[in-house]
Design a protein. Structure first.
Length: 121
């Protein structure tokens, strides 16, 4: 004859084992969800950066040639534009923490720290 208490304990152990496996699977799925969100955000950001960078370079070459035509020598247009960007770069360098570091870190931590997934109720 089987002991009913022993059967209940075995059933409880099996159920708790299944529960632990289910929780582990849920954790893995949430981890995949978060990491895929981060990777897709980074990938789209890189793609937009590359497109913007190409536009920026071509636009600035045209602008430098236009300025060069206005002042009489094409190379002066490049020098003037370079001096302008050196000035802008200096301002960004002086304010780099406020303009870049804190907002980027805050956005990244916010994206990582989001607790809402499609599995949460």
């Amino acid at each position: 004859m089987s002991n009913p208490t022993l059967t209940l304990i075995e059933s409880l152990i099996n159920k708790s084992h299944e529960y632990a496996e289910t929780r582990l699977d849920l954790f893995k799925l949430k981890l995949v969800d978060k990491s895929s969100q981060v990777v897709s955000t980074i990938a789209s950001g890189i793609a937009l950066f590359v497109i913007g960078f190409i536009f920026f370079i071509v636009f600035n070459i045209g602008l430098a040639l236009l300025i060069g035509d206005l002042v009489g020598k094409s190379y002066w247009g490049f020098f003037i534009l370079a001096a302008f960007y050196a000035f802008i770069g200096f301002i960004f360098y002086k304010n780099r923490n406020r303009l870049f570091k804190k907002p980027i870190l805050g956005t990244f931590l916010k994206k990582i720290g989001e607790n809402k997934t499609s599995w949460d109720n």
